[in-house]
Design a protein around this ligand. Structure first.
Ligand code: OKP
Ligand code: ZN
Length: 342
C-alpha cells in the first residue's frame, strides 16, 4: 500500500513536556515517525511519497476557522512578547466560569487547549499543517480507488476537536480524512480508533452525525487521559444517537480482552453499513509502551490488521500514538503486513 510521509514533521520538536509534574523531554518526539518510516521502508510496505498541499478548506470543514487561524499565528504572537521557549497554557475554565474568548496570547492559549502537555514551538504550525496534508493525501488516494493507504501522520490528531488542542494533537487528521471521504463519494464512513487513549476530538466532531460512525477501543477514562470523556454510555446525540461506540477497557488489557472488544467493533461497523474505514492507529497499546498500560504484543497488531482487512472496505490507516521508540516501527509493520495478508 502507498505510504504518505511528511519530512516537515521534525519541525514539531518541543523542548519540554509536562509529565507527572516534571518538565521532561517530550515522548511525542520526531524519532517516532522516523523509526516508523525506517521500518516501513525495510519491510517494503509500498511506495513512500510526500504529501500534496491542500488548502485550508478541508481543514475548516471540521475545525473552527478562528481556531485554525490561532494555530497558524500563535507562535509569532508568543515570540513578539520576547519569549523564545515553548508556548504552554497555564489554566482552564473551571466549573461556573465562562468560556469567553480572551484577547491576550496567554488567555487564548488557555481558551483553545485542554492540557499543558502539548508544546507549541516555532515549527508547530508547519508540521501540523503537513500532518493534515499527509492525511488528506492518503484520503485522496482512497477516494480515487485505492484499496488502502497509510498516512504516517505526526503530530497525531485524535485528541484535537473543532476548536481545541491537547494530547499532542492540534488538527484532527482522522476527522479531516473522514470528512474528505464523505465529500468525495463515500456516504457512510467509520472511524475506528485503536489508539490506547480515547479519541475525544474525533468523537466530539462527529457526535451529532449519523453519516460518520466513531468506534473506539481505549483505556477507561476513569484510569487514563483524557479522563473526562470516553465512557461507554456516550452513544451520540440528536441524529447522531447510536453512531458513537466507546469500548473502554481496564488497565492491563491483553489480547484475550482486547480481541472481544474488536469483535464488538467489527459487528457495529458491519451493522452500520460502512462504505469506507479510517483507522486511527495508535500502537501505544503495546505492552512496553512507556506511558500506557495495555498488554498487546507485536503479533497482536497483525491480528488487528487482518481483522480490519476482513471488513473488506476501502481503508485509510492514519498514525496516532505509540511511544516505545524501539518497537513502534515493528508494531506498525506487523499491523500493515497483517492487513495485507502477508
Ligand atoms: C496522545 B495519543 C503521560 C502524559 C500523558 C497525554 C497523552 C496523550 C496521548 N504521563 N499525556 O493518544 O497517543
Ligand atoms: Zn494514545
Amino acid at each position: 500500500m502507498d505510504v504518505i510521509y511528511n519530512p516537515d514533521h521534525v519541525l514539531q520538536n518541543g523542548k519540554v513536556e509536562l509529565i507527572n509534574g516534571k518538565l521532561e523531554p517530550p515522548v511525542e518526539c520526531p524519532q517516532r515517525a522516523d523509526s516508523v518510516l525506517e521500518a516501513v521502508r525495510n519491510a517494503g510496505i509500498g511506495q513512500v511519497s510526500e504529501p500534496e498541499k491542500f488548502g485550508l478548506d478541508p481543514i475548516v470543514s471540521v475545525h473552527d476557522p478562528d481556531y485554525v487561524d490561532f494555530l497558524a499565528t500563535i507562535w509569532d504572537r508568543w515570540t513578539e512578547k520576547g519569549r523564545s521557549w515553548d508556548a504552554l497554557p497555564l489554566n482552564w475554565v473551571g466549573r461556573g466560569m465562562r468560556h469567553i474568548k480572551p484577547e491576550t496570547v496567554d488567555g487564548q492559549l488557555s481558551y483553545y487547549s485542554f492540557d499543558a502537555g502539548t508544546p507549541i514551538t516555532a515549527g508547530t504550525w508547519k508540521a501540523v499543517k503537513g500532518s493534515a496534508d499527509t492525511a488528506l493525501t492518503g484520503a485522496k488516494r482512497v477516494a480515487n480507488g485505492a484499496r488502502s493507504a497509510f498516512s504516517l501522520c505526526r503530530p497525531p490528531g485524535h485528541h484535537a476537536s473543532r476548536d481545541y488542542y491537547g494530547g499532542y494533537c492540534f488538527l484532527n487528521n482522522a476527522a479531516i480524512a473522514g470528512q474528505y471521504l464523505r465529500d468525495n463519494g463515500f456516504g457512510r464512513v467509520v472511524i475506528l480508533d485503536v489508539d490506547y487513549h480515547h479519541g475525544n476530538g474525533t468523537q466530539s466532531i462527529f457526535y451529532d452525525r449519523d453519516d460518520v460512525l466513531f468506534v473506539s477501543i481505549h483505556a477507561d477514562p476513569l484510569q487514563e487521559f483524557p479522563f473526562f470523556i470516553g465512557h461507554a454510555d456516550e452513544t451520540g446525540e440528536g441524529k447522531g444517537k447510536g453512531y458513537n461506540l466507546n469500548l473502554p477497557l481496564r488497565r492491563g488489557a491483553d489480547w484475550s480482552v482486547y480481541s472481544k472488544a474488536l469483535e464488538a467493533a467489527y459487528a457495529k461497523i458491519r451493522d452500520f453499513g460502512a462504505e469506507a474505514v479510517v483507522v486511527s492507529l495508535g500502537v501505544d497499546t503495546y505492552e512496553a509502551d512507556p506511558i500506557s498500560h495495555f498488554k498487546l504484543k507485536t503479533d497482536d497488531y497483525a491480528r488487528i490488521g487482518a481483522g480490519i482487512a476482513a471488513l473488506d472496505l476501502p481503508t485509510h490507516i492514519i498514525m496516532e500514538g505509540g511511544y516505545a521508540l524501539d518497537a513502534i516501527g515493528r508494531n506498525v509493520v506487523a499491523f500493515l503486513n497483517g492487513f495485507e495478508g502477508r
